[in-house]
Design a protein around this ligand. Structure first.
Ligand code: MN
Ligand code: MN
Length: 465
């Protein structure tokens, strides 16, 4: 197998062991996806895996009063929605870290504060979509309800409804074509509006003549019986609707996976598996698994919040050092893979891509020198010097890769968390899984691309540059 840049399917020329390794990785990744359908569940899955592999809680490290030695493995749980994994390297932190940063939130439908109402003989839930979605794609799908509700006494109640075998699901209706003449004439973006994304949650009324809204009352009673919360508790809850479907193989050859949240859990899992299984690296290896990327990296669980810098400052404080200076020095000396998915060429929609400058399904992890839109606006434009080092690293470790831009010039564009760590002076490049149907309820990625993205992150986290 030739490992330098090449425009050929990765599957060609693979021996049986290599194929088996890809398929085995795909099975592990599907288990991770099914357990991690929201940012909270994803954070929990990562932390559980880390504990099993001997990672210690950051708070225990701080309580110990000792700067952790090389080889120490640390996890930091940030508000149950973001996670930092660190494996302390041989070199001091301030000489720089190797960081793989991905996001664990995905586009979805959140419930409004007053979600539940009764109309037309049905009980429904009002939603407010999260992230960039095509709204019409969310109708006529089985949907699962995930999240947390706090009762008045402060008790958290975890909700996970619709994803176990035999669970009931929720459903958003669409207009029948027979009566869809006017809808058909609308623009695609307007054919289903945000306020029409109302999820049906039941229709059997309470058998009680006193009840003005007996169907709604029946649902509230069922929710109370099952979970112990009341309508008022929903006002401050975090409940999300996601497709009620497990990750599944696509194709007779089983080479692809259809699942909710490949963006960006394909990159998240690739980094997590590398970090959980690594020895002591030369430079400290870090995984950042952050929230709120899909709404612009805002809020205190996003990449823009300073919790990772606070973690570093606390570690330097253990050694009695100048934390402010050393945090700045550490980040400025660090190398970062902004681990996010990119769009692959879709043969059904080739017109939005420059076929000579796009990533393809099945051709490996994609390096995206810049993202942005309209003249690279908003982009982290990675430095050639840094890219040259990565190229050498991937060649040394036998990682096949491709280079691609997100669409034709002026066709649209997008952004990632890359610019945020770049602002702190780190070398950063976008590097992740090419995929189809990004931001659809169910997205599509190649097992080979997922596997070799893992190999790319593993090489980057383990090796000096
Ligand atoms: Mn993403
Ligand atoms: Mn996205």
């Amino acid at each position: 197998m030739e490992f330098e840049y090449k425009c050929e399917s990765l599957w060609k020329g693979l021996d049986d062991d290599a194929r088996q390794a890809i398929f085995d990785y795909g099975e592990r990744y599907k288990v991770f996806l099914d357990a991690s359908k929201t940012e909270r569940e994803c954070a929990q899955t990562i932390i559980e895996g880390a504990k099993e592999k001997g990672f210690v809680d950051f708070n225990d490290v701080i309580a110990s009063g000792q700067m952790p030695a090389a080889g120490t493995k640390i996890f930091y749980n940030h508000k149950n929605k973001a996670v930092v994994l660190m494996v302390m390297g041989v070199h001091p932190l301030e000489e720089g870290m190797h960081i793989v940063g991905s996001h664990i939130d995905a586009p979805r439908l959140d419930l409004k504060g007053h979600p539940l109402y009764e109309d037309g003989g049905l009980a429904l839930l009002k939603t407010h979509y999260y992230g960039g979605i095509k709204k019409y794609q969310w109708t006529c799908l089985p949907l699962a309800l995930h999240g947390v509700v706090y009762t008045a006494d402060g008790t958290p109640v975890n909700v996970r409804l619709g994803d176990e075998d035999g669970d009931p699901v929720l459903f958003i209706s669409d207009l029948l074509p027979h009566l869809g003449k006017k809808q058909n004439e609308k623009k695609l973006a307007e054919a289903i509006t945000g306020e029409q994304l109302n999820a049906i949650i039941g229709h059997i009324p309470l058998d009680d003549d006193e009840e003005k809204e007996p169907i709604k009352a029946a649902i509230l009673r069922a929710l109370h019986d099952k979970y112990g919360f009341v309508e008022e508790d929903l006002l401050l809850a975090e409940l999300e609707l996601v497709p009620a479907q497990k990750a599944v193989d696509v194709g007779l050859d089983r080479g692809l996976i259809a699942a909710h949240g490949h963006d960006d859990r394909s990159c998240t899992y690739a980094a997590v598996e590398a970090l959980l299984n690594m020895g002591t690296p030369a430079y400290s290896a870090v995984g950042l698994f952050v929230d709120k990327e899909e709404i612009g990296s805002v809020g205190n669980t996003s990449m823009s919040a300073r919790y990772f810098e606070n973690v570093l400052a606390e570690l330097f404080a253990l050694a009695g050092k100048d934390t402010e200076l050393l945090v700045r020095r550490t980040l400025a000396h660090s190398a970062v893979l902004s681990a996010d998915v990119t769009a692959a060429l879709d043969p059904t929609f080739p017109e939005v891509m420059d076929s000579r400058n796009t990533a393809y399904i099945g051709k490996g992890v994609s390096l995206c020198k810049f993202t942005g839109a309209r003249g690279k606006s908003g982009s982290n434009d990675a430095n050639a010097e840094f890219l040259a080092k990565l190229r050498g690293l991937f060649a040394k470790r036998g990682v096949p890769w491709q280079a691609g831009e997100l669409g034709r010039v002026d066709e649209g564009g997008g952004g990632t968390i890359a610019y945020i760590l770049a602002e702190r002076g780190a070398e950063v490049v976008d590097c992740g899984v090419p995929m189809l149907s990004m931001h659809a309820p169910i997205e599509l990625a190649s097992k080979a691309d997922c596997y070799f993205t893992h190999k790319a992150y593993q090489a980057f986290l383990e090796e000096a540059l």
